[in-house]
Design a protein around this ligand. Structure first.
Ligand code: GLN
Length: 476
C-alpha cells in the first residue's frame, strides 16, 4: 500500500484481492506501528505477534488458492481485554484476572475469527470497564495518540487509541454507558454502540449486564457497517440476543440524508464547551444543507440520566463482581489464615479503587433503606427515558448531540471522580434506552477532534450509518 492512502477495511480488502499486498505484509505493517507507538501510547496489554502472522499466512494461502473470502479476511484488528479470546490472556485490566486465559472465544471474537480477521492482540481499558479515561487500568494508562499528554477517553481507550494510531484497522470495545463512543470521539475515530441484543454478549465480562453491549471502533462509517455485519446476529448462548435479522448495512450507505428528520437535543447545547457547541451547530447546518430537516428538541430528563446510570450500573456491578472471591476465579490471597480472610484479602488486593467505589455504591443502593429512594427511583427514570425517547424517535429519524461535552483533556485535569463521570452526560441516555448510537468525527476544537453522536431507533443501525456517512463525507 502507498503511504498516505487511507487504510480502511474497504481499501485493504481491495488491495489484498488485487494482489497489491499480502495479509502478512499488512500484519507486519501493523506490528511495526505497534512497536513504534506503544512506548508512548500503551494501547495494548498483550500483542499476539506469532499467532497473528500464522493467521495471516493462512489467509494468504487461501487467497492464493483462489478462495472467495469474507471482506474482513486478512484485516488486522484488536480486541478489548474484557472480551474473551481462546488461549489469549484476557485481564479486564485488573490484577484480579492478570493470569486468566479463557478456554473459549466470545461470540464476537469467534465470528471475527471465522471471517478471517487477524487478531493482533488485546487492548487496554479502565479496570472492568469502569472509567472514562483509561486511567484505572491496573497496568498503566493509555495516552491519546493525537496528543500524548491527553487522555484517550474510556473505558475502551485502548480500542480508540489503537485505531487512531494506525496500530489496528479496527477494534472491538464494550459500551455500558458510553465506553466505545466517548473514546472514539476523543481520538477522532468512529465508534458504534449497536442496539442492545444486536451483538451477543457471550464471552464479554459483565459490568452491568442490562446495559453492556459490545461495540466497534473503526476509521470510517462504511468500515463500521462492514464490521457490524460480520459480528451481529442471534446467539442462543446469550439470553438477550435478538432474532431480528441482520441488515445489509453497506448497501445504500451513500444515499444521503435528504428527507430525514433530525432532533438537535437542546440541553446538549447548554452543557457543551463553546467549541463543541459551535461544531454541533455546524453539524446541524450541514445536515440541513444536505437536505435533512433539523429541529431543536428538549429532553429535560437528560441531566438526571447520569445519576440514574451510576445507580443502576453500580447495583448490577456489585452483584456481578461478587463472583471474584479468590476461591473460584482470579487472584487469590493464598497467604490468608481462613476462608473469610481469603475473600477479604483477595478482593482488597485484586480490585483497584474505582472498582471498589462502584461495588460500595452498588451495595449501598441495594440496602433495604436505599432501595426505594435510589434503586427504584433510578428504575422509574429508566422507564421515563425509554418512553420519551421512543416518542421522539417515532417522529424523528435520529437525535443529534455531541458525544462528549468537551474535547480530550490533560490527564492531570480531572482527579475528582464526579468530574470524570460528567464527561458521560451525553452518552448514557442511549445506553439506558438500549438504542443504537454512533459517534462520528466532525470538526475540531483547540486542535483536537470533536465527535457528533447520532442516536437512532432500535435496530435502525442502517439509517444511522447513512446519516453519519453523509456527515463524514459532507455530500448530499
Ligand atoms: N464511563 C462510564 C463509566 O465509568 C461508562 C463505562 C462503560 O461504558 N463501560 O461507568
Amino acid at each position: 500500500m502507498r503511504n498516505g492512502e487511507k487504510w480502511t477495511v474497504q481499501t485493504l480488502a481491495r488491495a489484498l484481492r488485487g494482489g497489491k499486498c499480502s495479509a502478512r505484509e499488512l500484519t507486519l505493517a501493523c506490528l511495526k506501528r505497534i512497536e513504534a507507538c506503544e512506548p508512548e501510547v500503551h494501547a495494548f496489554l498483550t500483542v499476539t505477534r506469532e499467532k497473528a502472522l500464522t493467521a495471516a499466512d493462512r489467509i494468504d494461502a487461501r487467497l492464493a488458492a483462489g478462495e472467495e473470502l469474507p471482506l474482513l479476511a486478512g484485516i488486522p484488528m484488536a480486541i478489548k481485554d474484557n472480551i474473551c479470546t481462546k488461549g489469549v490472556r484476557t485481564t479486564c485490566a485488573s490484577r484480579m484476572l492478570e493470569n486468566f486465559i479463557p478456554p473459549y472465544d466470545a461470540d464476537a471474537a469467534e465470528r471475527l475469527h471465522q471471517a478471517g480477521a487477524v487478531l493482533l492482540g488485546k487492548l487496554n481499558m479502565d479496570e472492568f470497564a469502569m472509567g472514562s479515561d483509561t486511567g484505572t487500568s491496573a497496568f498503566g494508562p493509555t495516552a491519546n495518540p493525537l496528543d500524548v499528554s491527553r487522555v484517550p477517553g474510556g473505558s475502551s481507550g485502548g480500542s480508540a487509541a489503537a485505531v487512531a494510531a494506525g496500530e489496528a484497522v479496527f477494534a472491538l470495545g464494550s459500551d455500558t454507558g458510553g465506553s466505545v463512543r466517548q473514546p472514539a470521539a476523543l481520538c477522532g475515530v468512529v465508534g458504534l454502540r449497536p442496539t442492545y441484543g444486536r451483538i451477543s454478549r457471550y464471552g464479554l465480562t459483565g459490568f452491568a449486564p442490562s446495559l453492556d453491549q459490545i461495540g466497534l471502533v473503526t476509521r470510517d462509517v462504511p468500515d463500521c457497517a462492514a464490521v457490524l455485519a460480520a459480528v451481529a446476529g442471534f446467539d442462543p448462548r446469550d439470553a438477550t440476543s435478538s432474532r431480528v435479522p441482520v441488515d445489509d448495512y453497506l448497501t445504500g450507505i451513500g444515499e444521503g440524508v435528504r428527507g430525514m428528520r433530525a432532533a438537535l437535543v437542546r440541553e446538549s447545547l447548554e452543557e457543551s464547551s463553546p467549541g463543541v457547541r459551535r461544531e454541533l451547530l455546524r453539524a446541524a447546518a450541514r445536515l440541513e444543507t444536505l437536505g435533512a430537516r433539523v429541529d431543536e428538541l428538549s429532553l429535560p430528563f437528560l441531566r438526571d440520566m447520569l445519576p440514574a446510570y451510576h445507580i443502576l450500573s453500580s447495583a448490577e456491578a456489585s452483584s456481578n463482581l461478587a463472583r471474584f472471591d479468590g476461591i473460584r476465579y482470579g487472584f487469590s490471597a493464598t497467604d490468608a489464615a481462613d476462608w473469610q480472610e481469603r475473600i477479604r484479602e483477595s478482593r482488597s488486593r485484586g480490585f483497584g479503587r474505582e472498582v471498589k467505589r462502584r461495588i460500595l455504591l452498588g451495595t449501598f443502593v441495594l440496602t433495604k433503606e436505599q432501595y426505594g429512594p435510589c434503586y427504584e427511583k433510578a428504575r422509574r427514570l429508566k422507564g421515563k427515558t425509554l418512553a420519551s425517547l421512543r416518542t421522539a424517535l417515532s417522529y424523528y429519524d435520529f437525535l443529534l448531540l455531541p458525544t462528549s461535552p468537551e474535547v480530550a483533556w490533560k490527564r492531570e485535569e480531572k482527579r475528582d471522580p464526579v468530574a470524570m463521570y460528567r464527561s458521560d452526560l451525553f452518552v448514557v441516555p442511549a445506553s439506558i434506552a438500549g438504542l443504537p448510537a454512533l459517534s462520528v468525527p466532525f470538526g475540531m476544537d483547540q486542535g483536537l477532534p470533536v465527535g457528533m453522536q447520532l442516536v437512532g431507533r432500535a435496530f435502525g443501525e442502517k439509517e444511522l450509518f447513512r446519516a453519519a456517512h453523509a456527515l463524514e463525507e459532507g455530500k448530499a
